[in-house]
Design a protein. Structure first.
Length: 164
């Protein structure tokens, strides 16, 4: 049985739950859970996209769980492929999106409400990630950019799921 307040990471036992890495991994897990909830209310195409984003977040958590065993210099741009894929998805979605002329108020449907919650959670996680990356001196910016673009995906999905 683990001592109270401790957990394990990849290759490291007895990590305090107050460790920045544990907090960041937990925050990313919350974002993934919010996407999971939204998936339950979204159209099939949106579900497929959100499922892919959840897989990316799982990969991100794995990368962070391996710190500090992973050399920091190998982390630079380690999420660039996932970021490029997400940015391409955004370009395609934006080309097909008609933006409203006013601020939107999601929540008219369970899909838009849960996507809005997911968007807000992802934005909070991004802020926490920036602070943790600075404190831990993680040189990678592609993971941070991915989180930023993920909130954009949530917004575009809200627009796509809005009732006509």
């Amino acid at each position: 049985m683990k001592p109270v307040g401790e957990t394990d990471l990849i290759g490291e036992r007895g990590v305090r739950k107050s460790d920045l890495r544990i907090g960041l991994i937990g925050a990313i897990d919350e974002a993934s859970s919010a996407l999971s909830m939204a998936k339950g209310f979204c159209s099939p195409d949106s579900q497929v996209l959100l499922d892919g984003c959840q897989k990316d977040l799982s990969s991100m958590m794995g990368i962070l769980a391996a710190l500090p065993r992973t050399p920091m210099d190998s982390l630079e741009n380690c999420f660039s492929s996932e970021l490029a894929n997400l940015e391409e998805t955004i370009r395609v979605m934006e080309a097909a999106t008609v933006y409203p002329g006013e601020f939107i108020r999601p929540g008219q449907t369970p899909a838009t409400g849960t996507l809005d919650l997911a968007r807000a959670i992802v934005r909070r996680v991004e802020r926490e990630a920036v602070a943790a990356f600075d404190a831990l001196q993680i040189p990678d910016r592609s993971m941070l950019q991915y989180l930023n673009r993920l909130s954009t995906i949530c917004y575009l999905l809200i627009l796509a799921e809005m009732p006509a």
